[in-house]
Ligand binder design. Structure first.
Ligand code: NI
Length: 136
């Protein structure tokens, strides 16, 4: 079993705001992230897949294929977008880095070539804060 990671970047705006709570409670729980007029992050995304190395290519996955899957199913939908308003797969969800990582996993999983499995979505919201999702 071999693991391969592709690193990508995207920029996006969001706010953390639970509409079922008062303005005061939102500000208490989410602080600056509850700012009604949005704020942005430079996200760094690490997509790690795993599988066996094929004898004929020496690859676990063709890195160009992985790159275009990430581009088509993740970056095209998130980069320079407002996560709360522009992204169908985040509709109705809190736009936290945690939920974003889970949804990125779900977007990529059905498109991986046969024999290739998702291992981890690691998503940096800032250079000092990241989440990791392993599928459960
Ligand atoms: Ni934020």
């Amino acid at each position: 079993m071999l693991f391969l990671t592709r690193i990508e970047h995207f920029n996006a705006a969001h706010k953390l705001y639970n509409p079922e709570w008062s303005k005061e409670k939102n500000e208490l729980v989410f602080g600056k992230c509850a700012n009604e007029n949005w704020h942005g992050h430079n996200y760094e995304l690490h997509v790690t897949i795993k599988g066996e190395v094929a004898a004929d290519t020496g690859f676990v996955i063709n890195a160009k294929i992985l790159s275009s899957l990430i581009n088509d199913f993740v970056l095209e939908k998130l980069d320079h977008k407002n996560l709360n308003m522009d992204v169908p797969f985040l509709k109705g969800k809190m736009c936290s880095t945690e939920n974003l990582a889970i949804e990125i996993w779900k977007q990529l999983l059905p498109h991986l070539p046969e024999g290739v499995q998702m291992h981890c979505i690691k998503l940096y919201e800032t250079p000092r804060i990241f989440v990791e999702y392993f599928g459960n």
